[in-house]
Design a protein around this ligand. Structure first.
Ligand code: T5A
Length: 212
């Protein structure tokens, strides 16, 4: 019988270094690398629609519940089409954002009820939760300062300071409430130091015996 692979999610605010660290870790442990929203053809189309700065112009804002449902539609397809089969084959998966981003952004950020968002996440993922969430913790102002100088912020990046502060507090609250499945890393350190802390967290997970 093949052992199920391990699911590791990178979480945190904008510009925390998730994509950089997810790529480094996936290369180091030869895991499947993917991201959310996205990871499938359908998910990539939903991503484009959710994040494009002009997606909801002319004064029409996207209702937070619509945003939640679109994030979850992308996740349901991602889990059934890609993440689930890879884990079942015994290979590890590194994902750049997963359900904790939904709790932090749509729950803490947008103000939707946290327990309802959690139940909706569980439904979308078939109750799949990461074996390890790695929170790259950085002040929102530092993360925003890492954006390429001429890049246009996407629809969610363009939200105000208060929104991004609520998201950051949300991530910290999630990590504090479930320390078995979370590790918090100071993402203001340089890339190499963060990568070493990530590898140490993954080694600890393996010593504990992988998926729980
Ligand atoms: N979202 C997502 C929800 O609202 N709900 C959900 O359920 C989900 C899944 C996704 C958006 O969707 C939202 C959250 C997001 O708003 P995204 O592009 O995937 O968007 O996420 P971002 O956080 O916006 O991605 P970024 O690319 O901006 O940030 P990363 O991935 O955290 O950072 P990274 O690695 O690309 O690095 C950014 C820059 O910083 C440098 C890099 O070289 C790069 O230039 N850098 C560092 N510089 C100094 N020190 C370090 N330690 C550095 N690490 C990286």
């Amino acid at each position: 019988m093949t052992c199920r692979g391990v699911l590791i999610a990178f979480e945190g605010g904008e510009g925390a270094g998730k994509s950089t660290q997810a790529r480094l870790l996936a290369d180091a442990i030869d895991a499947e690398l993917t991201r959310e929203p996205g990871g499938t053809d359908l998910g990539d189309r939903i991503r484009e629609w959710l994040l494009h700065p002009d997606a909801h112009d002319e004064g029409r804002s996207l209702d937070p519940r619509t945003e939640l449902m679109l994030m979850l539609a992308a996740r349901a397809q991602h889990v059934s089409e890609r993440i689930g089969p890879v884990l079942e084959s015994g290979r590890d998966v590194v994902v750049d954002r997963f359900s904790a981003s939904t709790l932090a952004y749509q729950g803490y950020g947008r103000g939707l009820p946290i327990e309802e968002v959690r139940r909706a996440c569980s439904l979308a993922s078939g109750d799949l939760w990461p074996d390890l969430n790695i929170l790259l913790d950085v002040a929102p102002a530092i993360g925003a300062g890492r954006a390429a100088p001429c890049s246009l912020p996407d629809r969610i990046e363009a939200e105000g300071e208060g929104f991004h502060e609520r998201v950051a507090l949300g991530f910290r609250a999630l990590a504090a409430a479930d320390s078995d499945r979370w590790v918090v890393i100071d993402a203001s350190l340089d890339v190499g130091a963060v990568a070493r802390a990530v590898r140490e967290a993954v080694s600890t997970l393996r010593r504990r015996g992988g998926p729980r």
